[in-house]
Structure formats: C-alpha cells, structure tokens
Design a protein around this ligand. Structure first.
Ligand SMILES: [Mg+2]
Length: 414
C-alpha cells in the first residue's frame, strides 16, 4: 500500500479493531514464563468443559477455542491444560483497556480481549493509520506484556476481518480506495449478519463471495431477505455507517459454568458456584465502574433433549437499588434458585447482571443513614478485596470464597 493511501488523509473514518492473541493462554504464559513455547490450553481441565483459549503452540495440533476438552486432549495429549483464572484475565483486560483509552476516548470493548477504537482525527498526533496501529501494538506490549493484533479500516466490519487475518502479532490496514477490492474475494459468510440460514440461501442463488453479492441486483436481495438484504448489499460494497459505541453501551455481564457431574439444586457445589459467580460479577462491575439492577439466574438441566441440547430456564429479579456487590448478586441468585425449587439435576448454572448504570457513589446518599453506612462499609470492603485480588490474584481472597472460586471455573463470560 503506498504512502498516500495509508496516510489516512482520505479516510472518512479510521476504525481500529484490536484483538489480543490467544488471550487467556498468553496471560498464563505471561505469569509463568516456563510455559513459553509449550501447548497451553485454558478452560479444559474438566472432561465436560470446552477450550476457551489455546496458545499458538497448541493450535499446531489442531486445538481451537470452543472445542470440547476431550477432543483437545485427544489431539494434544501432552498439552498443558489449565482451568483459567478469570479474575486475573479481567485485571489484564482492564490494563489493556487503559492503554486503549490513551489512543481514543471512543473504545467499544466486545469482550475481555477485543475492542474497537475510533482513531478518526488522530492523524496529527499518531501519523498514518498504520503508524497508529504500530504505536498501539507497541504500547500494549510494553505496558502489559501481551501481544495484540490490529486491523484498520474505514468500517468496523473490515477492521475486524483485518485483525483476524493478520494474526498472530499482526497489523493490517485497508483504506477507502482499496476496500471494495479487499472484500471482493472473501467468502460471503464473512459479512456481518450472514448466519447459517442466510448463507445457504445465498449459496443456492450462486452467491459465494462478497464480490458475488456486490454484483447482484439489490432488488433481488430485497425480495429474498427484505431490508436486511439491502443492508447486506451495502456491507458488500464496503458501506457501513455503524459507529464505535463507547463502553457504557455494554448491556450485561455474565458468568456461568458446566459441572463435571450433574448436581442437585440444594448441593453445596451449586451454592458455591453461585457465590463465586456473584463475586466475579461484582469484581468485574467494580473494575468497569458499573452497577447492575437486574440479576438473572440461568439453569440448564441434565436431562438431554438430544443433539446436545438441554432444557434451560431463567429467572430474573430487579433489585431496589443498583449494585456492584458480588455478595448481593450471589444472594439474589440463591433466592431465585430456592424459589424455583428445581427437582431435576442441574448441568450448568449461570448468573447475568444487567440493567446497567455507571457507579455513582453519591447515590449512597439516597439511602437512609443506617443503610447508607452499611453500604459504604461494604463498598470499602469490596474495594479492599479488589486490591488484594489485583496484587495477589483471586486465590488470595478470603471471606470463605477460595473454595467457591475453585468450584466454579467460569467457562464463558461476556
Ligand atoms: Mg483474541
């Protein structure tokens, strides 16, 4: 790409997608350098679990995220399987995000390990989009020890495709003049909004690449898919006005785990997991300066419906006041569990915290003095615990939680 195109001068918007390489596995290697160069697989010590992250040395054996642990063990029997330490990953993610915010106030985290940044208008400070991407990668590496891959484009979708293609330790930029040519040969499934059903209908119509779709009469797409067909047409031409939505638009936080053995609802394992999930959610909310008012309990039962499906129920409760206190979240989930009195064995429990608001300590004044004092005490205790976690890792947490934390390795968070 020549200097003129990558200068950013002609870019209507400069959007970066930054994605940490094999984040959880890399975090484990960062904390234990003796793991470097070895096949590290996180999320998979339980035979029922799924792989949440695999180092590139593990991927050589075909191990991938979302693969059942049992399959990963067959592919890579000498792999180093770790349960994962969500509190540590959340802490590192927070450090990385702090670096992102130095590059732009418009940061949209998609998960712990990836985010969009709007770098439009940073040219004078950071140089061309490629220069900005290079500086971002260097800052993340210098300050956290983690490797991030970065894609830069005038649209979010293209930026995400580019960071993905550039991995590992990648950096790619495509300017507005080259966008259509870049998208043209890619499989049409790369377009946002093309799921399995849409894909098979597109393929039936002879549309396999983004270029195929871009050449179709939009009226035909409209008759096939309605308005979303026209939307796909726009995307295929590299036109996508979606903006980088800053952090506060996040909708929910969730933690859940699948048990190694199915559990009765009143078992200690279920209780310990709900306590641990509540505490993990509290820590994550506090780390992001957020509070939640609604707590949802999710239960998946052990009775198979076939094809890997199980009955799922959810129960929600809205609290009188928004909270970032993990004990309150866990207790609310416990209350809902007791009230729903499930008689079947449980395969998975999860908690989601939503109805989010920015934490605002001045809100404490809304409570009566006694409640306010108690809440302030709890808030201080939680802050102290966060500090201990930051310094010594989640295993240092007291308050009887250590056992619960071990009982509930989270297999999915969002
Ligand atoms: Mg990643």
């Amino acid at each position: 790409m020549d200097a003129r195109k990558s200068s950013g001068a002609q870019w209507p918007r400069v959007i970066a997608h930054a994605d940490l390489d094999a984040f959880y596995a890399s975090a484990e290697i960062l904390d234990d350098p003796s793991l470097r160069g070895k096949p590290v697989i996180v999320g998979g010590s339980s035979t029922r679990g799924v792989v949440t992250s695999a180092s590139y040395d593990a991927r050589k054996y075909g191990v991938r995220a979302a693969m059942p642990t049992a399959a990963a063990q067959r592919l890579c029997p000498h792999g180093i399987f770790l349960r994962g330490r969500m509190a540590r990953y959340a802490e590192l993610s927070h450090q990385v995000r702090t670096v992102f915010y130095r590059f732009s106030p418009l940061v949209e985290p998609l998960s712990l390990d990836e985010a969009f940044l709007d770098l439009t208008g940073t040219g004078r400070l950071l140089g061309s989009p490629l220069d900005a991407g290079r500086a971002l990668k260097r800052a993340v590496l210098d300050e956290t020890g983690l490797v991030v891959s970065v894609g830069l484009a005038p649209t979010k979708m293209a930026a995400k495709i580019l960071s993905d293609m550039s991995k590992p330790d990648g950096l790619m930029a495509v300017g507005p003049d080259d966008l259509a040519a870049f998208l043209e040969p890619l499989p049409v499934s790369r377009l946002w909004g093309v799921g399995r059903v849409t894909l098979s209908r597109l393929n039936q119509a002879g549309i396999y690449t983004i270029g195929d779709l871009a050449r179709i009469d939009p009226a035909q797409l409209h008759s096939m898919f309605g308005l979303s067909g026209l939307h796909l047409y726009e995307l295929a031409h590299g036109r996508d006005p979606r903006e980088v939505n800053a952090d506060w638009q996040r909708k929910s936080y969730g933690e859940e785990n699948t048990f190694e053995c199915d559990q009765l609802a009143d078992s200690a394992a279920v209780r310990d997991c709900l306590i641990a999930h509540g505490e993990a959610l509290g820590r994550r909310l506090r780390a992001d300066g957020m509070t939640a008012r609604t707590v949802t309990l999710k239960l998946k039962f052990a009775r198979s419906l076939g094809e890997g499906r199980y009955p799922v129920i959810t129960r929600s409760a809205t609290l009188e006041h928004a909270t970032d206190d993990g004990a309150v979240i866990g207790a609310t989930a416990m209350r809902m569990l007791k009230r729903s009195r499930p008689t079947e064995k449980i395969r998975l429990v999860g908690i989601q915290a939503h109805n989010l608001k920015h934490a605002d300590t001045s809100q404490l004044e809304l409570f009566d003095p006694v409640t306010s004092l108690a809440l302030q005490k709890r808030a201080r205790l939680n802050r102290a615990l966060d500090e201990v976690t930051r310094r010594f890792g989640s295993r240092a947490i007291t308050r009887g939680l250590a056992r619960a934390e071990r009982a509930a390795p989270t297999t999915r968070i969002k």
